[in-house]
Design a protein around this ligand. Sequence first.
Ligand SMILES: NC(=O)c1ccc[n+]([C@@H]2O[C@H](COP(=O)([O-])OP(=O)(O)OC[C@H]3O[C@@H](n4cnc5c(N)ncnc54)[C@H](O)[C@@H]3O)[C@@H](O)[C@H]2O)c1
Length: 248
Amino acid sequence: MNKEIMKGELCVVTGAAAGIGRAIAERFLEEGADLIVADFNEEEAKRIYGSNEHVLDILKVNATDIADLEKLGEAVKKTGRKVKAVLPIVGNGPNNMIEDITPEMFRLTMDLNVFSAFFTVQKVLPYMSDKSAIVLISSIAGFQGGKNALVYNAAKAAVRSMARSFAGELAERGIRANAISPGPTETKAFTDFVKGDESIRAGILANIPIGHIGQPREIANVALFLASDEATYVTGAEVITDGGFTNR
Ligand SMILES: NC(=O)c1ccc[n+]([C@@H]2O[C@H](COP(=O)([O-])OP(=O)(O)OC[C@H]3O[C@@H](n4cnc5c(N)ncnc54)[C@H](O)[C@@H]3O)[C@@H](O)[C@H]2O)c1
């Protein structure tokens, strides 16, 4: 169903050159949004969006760098328009056992997931409309423990927490904030994680009751709902989008 529920609305998406961020950007464009997109991989972003007149700006941004994130606010300001939704999608983390985690890895993981999400929102906030939304990407890792990903798990828990704090502080401005917690989703990050090992993939699949590994578009559909006026009474929530993985 295509109702153009974002018609003429300006939205900001980071990490838009691949995976979930790309699926979100493309889904929002299908629904009539105008976008400012940002990614480290400017070349790929230009290849994808360069000829789309609804993509108003393509920014080369390292989301762990505050000076780069300031470009987001400047790009919005240049349009003279208000923002309907901001979606900081950049995130990732190295997998390491506790004894192998270095201070550099710790800081980088926090920067990639927590710092990047917070400061993306902070820089866009002055331009958000009085009926707008923040959609953060946490992960089922944010409420699970388990081996080999302590810092990523902690970072994603912080992202869930930020969604609630944004919701509490910004409700009086009419701004809603929610988090999506995807389970395993078919992106490059996921492919890197399974490292071409079909037995790892099969093991994950066997634990997803709904019977398939999540597709980026399935996450994008949730983001679209949360960002749109279909979700005007939803704020401070976390939508677990994992095919039943954590409730098997
Ligand atoms: N794929 C999954 O299974 C899964 C599950 C749960 C949560 N997530 C979360 O979803 C989000 C997107 O993940 P994905 O799997 O689509 O990743 P991906 O690796 O497929 O894509 C990430 C995109 O972000 C860009 N990027 C990476 N570092 C950047 C930086 N420092 N600054 C700017 N851009 C940068 C990359 O160039 C790429 O375009 C992340 O926050 C991730 O933690 C993913």
